[in-house]
Design a protein around this ligand. Structure first.
Ligand SMILES: NC(=O)c1ccc[n+]([C@@H]2O[C@H](COP(=O)([O-])OP(=O)(O)OC[C@H]3O[C@@H](n4cnc5c(N)ncnc54)[C@H](OP(=O)(O)O)[C@@H]3O)[C@@H](O)[C@H]2O)c1
Length: 340
């Protein structure tokens, strides 16, 4: 099938409020030798898209300026060095940007197949949170079966994935969220206990839930205001993994004593600046260890709302309201094609 020359895409009229995003047109991106070109059927909205739209998270050099870090669709072209995907394959991909468009390129190693029985919307809901959770909770945080973990932002896109995977791999899972409704959702996703941080002190509750021991790994997206309580909530040899600073990145009067005394590890990472090889290594582990779990239906994406691409402003407004539970998705083309 011949490809069009131009495509619909979300353009930005400067940085700022959701209304800076407009439907526009542009040329199709060209795949580099190690990339595929995907006809996008669905794309995920992620909190980093909000930061990029506001101008505080610019795309790395060489990346598409178009928003959109994850897509699902069909491979329509491939660079000369691509051997593992062919035209017609249905993939979901962690992109380097450019997902809010009818066509998007992605490095071949960052693509994965649609799990069994998935449509494009569900497949597109996977890459950003599964790559992030695998890299931070399991690789950097070294969470193992039999351990205890605390997931902050339990109903965020990241949080619902973290809760499900931690439980699937045998951990006891606690989560925080801002309302009783969100806490109930965390429990439905497999959390052993959820803490409404607006109603009670999460550190006191973790102490009580763990008989004073604390948890082995904390996945945190809040940062500064949680720092001291996070340290108090970790067990001996505990690991704190920082993936965002929604509550600020700085803290006054932080006391490192407990880090030394209880042999704690404080670490963190971002996903976007990693190399293709590094992201490909995460993809390979996901394919081996997590995709069979998705194929079997033991974990699944949680989708709060789906909007057509031309309602992207509404999708961003919902994310900024923080009322959603799970993922917010965009449909771009004919998205409801089920996989075999
Ligand atoms: N480092 C990485 O590699 C990486 C990769 C992807 C995403 N991230 C980060 O991970 C976080 C979650 O991403 P996501 O796409 O899953 O986001 P999301 O679905 O929008 O969820 C964010 C949640 O954080 C909670 N929250 C706590 N304090 C907040 C505050 N001060 N302002 C706003 N929300 C607050 C909110 O839930 P409550 O109402 O329960 O508070 C909100 O629903 C984002 O900060 C994102 O930038 C990091």
């Amino acid at each position: 099938m011949a490809l069009p020359v131009r495509m619909r895409q979300i353009a930005m009229d400067g940085a700022g409020a959701p209304e800076v995003m407009k439907i526009g047109t542009g040329e199709l991106p060209e795949p580099k030798p190690d990339e595929v070109l995907i006809r996008v059927l669905a794309a995920g909205v992620n909190r980093p898209d909000i930061a990029q739209r506001l101008g505080s998270y610019p795309p790395p050099p060489g990346a598409s300026p178009i928003l959109g870090l994850e897509v699902a669709g069909e491979v329509v072209a491939a660079g000369d060095a691509v051997t593992d995907w062919k035209i017609g394959d249905r993939v979901c991909a962690l992109t380097n940007g450019g997902g809010y468009a009818e066509y998007c390129t992605a490095p071949a190693p960052q693509c994965l197949p649609w799990p069994k029985g998935y449509d494009a919307v569900r497949a597109a809901a996977l890459p950003e949170t599964f790559f992030t959770v695998w890299a931070n909770l399991f690789q950097a945080g070294r969470l193992r079966g039999g351990e205890k973990t605390l997931i902050h932002g339990g109903t965020s896109g990241i949080g619902v994935t973290a809760i499900q995977l931690a439980r699937e791999f045998g951990a006891t899972v606690y989560a925080t969220a801002g309302t009783d409704e969100k806490c109930a959702a965390c429990v439905r996703f497999g959390c052993d206990a959820a803490i409404n941080y607006n109603a009670e002190d999460f550190a006191a509750r973790i102490k009580e839930l763990t008989g004073g021991r604390g948890v082995d790994v904390i996945l945190d997206m809040v940062g500064g205001s949680y720092a001291t309580r996070n340290i108090r909530s970790l067990a001996m040899d505990g690991r704190l993994v920082l993936i965002a600073f929604l509550g600020g990145s700085k803290v006054a009067d932080f006391d490192f004593t407990q880090v030394m005394v209880r042999r704690l590890t404080i670490t963190g990472s971002t996903m976007r600046p990693r190399t293709t090889a590094q992201k490909g290594q995460i993809a390979a582990e996901l394919r081996e260890k997590v995709w069979p779990v998705l194929d079997a239906g033991r974990c699944a994406p949680v989708i709060d709302a789906t909007y057509p691409l031309d309602q992207v402003v509404e999708a961003h407004k919902l994310m900024e309201s923080s009322q959603h539970i799970g993922k917010i998705m965009l449909t771009v083309g004919q998205s409801m094609i089920a996989s075999g």
